[in-house]
Design a protein around this ligand. Structure first.
Ligand code: ZN
Length: 284
């Protein structure tokens, strides 16, 4: 299933993408795509619905129908840093011996095609295409062997980053990671049953038509089951938590010379099978 949220910002309704690429309204079935609606029992219920009986929503998603972030009520937005060897190299930082963990504030979350605001005072706003993992069944001290049973699904994330705030403002990285609009999620949450091998997905990102990032989740340093198990030693993972699993090489900071975003640019990014995001930049 491809679960989504559509409508005006802050007023999104839950929906799913039907086989014709149109949206069906789920608001009679679940309150939101988030929280307990992502538990395995709830996803089973949704999977057994006759989609043709659900109300058809007018408009074509991502054309004349805005999509919001594909997960609502996100409690935690957890990110893994330096999780691709080629990106650690371009960042000039040694490969970590344990996962680097940081946060994006949940107020950074926005729809997949909303506008990225370069914050006032920003000097080095950058991009990072990533595979997002969304937790279904929560837990703590989760065994690596059991970790994938805790995944509701996957989505595309752009871990938009202001490098000057991240690296030159006295710590922590979070200052440059959680600015408003720095967390587009979606277009859809693709349930785990439709992603047979999340460790073999191509992911790419373009700015103004130039492809800067092109990688594969097979080259992650720490794989998804390990990350879930690892994080759950330090916190309870809860339904609807989002884990952004790191970015491959090709960020702006890694170019020679470095390239950063300016107002009026267009970003396009995708992960295999999880849809496409398109964002325009403006000066905030
Ligand atoms: Zn990142």
């Amino acid at each position: 299933m491809k679960l989504l949220r559509y409508g005006f910002p802050g007023q999104e309704q839950p929906g799913l993408l039907d086989p014709n690429g149109l949206v069906r309204n789920l608001s009679e079935v679940i309150a939101d795509v988030g929280g307990e609606a992502l538990l395995p029992s709830s996803l089973d219920l949704l999977r057994n619905l006759d989609v043709t009986t659900l109300p058809l929503v007018s408009g074509v998603p991502q054309k004349d129908l805005r999509l919001g972030p594909c997960v609502g009520l996100v409690g935690k937005f957890i990110c893994i840093g330096l999780n691709y060897a080629d990106h650690a190299t371009e960042s000039g930082i040694p490969l970590p011996s344990e996962p680097v963990v940081f946060n994006k504030w949940t107020s950074a979350i926005m729809g997949p095609d909303d506008v990225i605001e370069i914050p006032p005072g920003a000097l080095k706003t950058d991009w990072e295409v990533e595979l997002g993992v969304v937790i279904g069944q929560g837990g703590r001290n989760i065994a690596e062997s059991d970790a994938m049973a805790h995944v509701a699904g996957y989505c595309v994330i752009n871990d938009v980053s202001e490098r000057d705030f991240q690296l030159n403002r006295g710590g922590t990285w979070d200052k440059g990671k959680g600015c408003d609009t720095f967390g587009p999620l979606g277009p859809w949450l693709v349930t785990a049953d439709e992603v047979p091998d999340p460790q073999n997905l191509q992911l790419w990102l373009e700015v103004d038509g130039k492809r800067y990032q092109s990688g594969n989740t097979s080259t992650m340093v720490f794989k998804i089951p390990f990350l879930i198990s690892y994080l759950s030693q330090f916190m309870s993972l809860q339904s609807g938590d989002v884990i952004s699993t790191g970015t491959p090489a090709g960020v702006g900071m890694g170019q020679k010379p470095p390239v950063f975003l300016k107002s009026g640019q267009v970003l396009r990014l995708s992960v295999d099978g999880l849809g496409l995001q398109t964002q325009r930049t403006v000066q905030g």
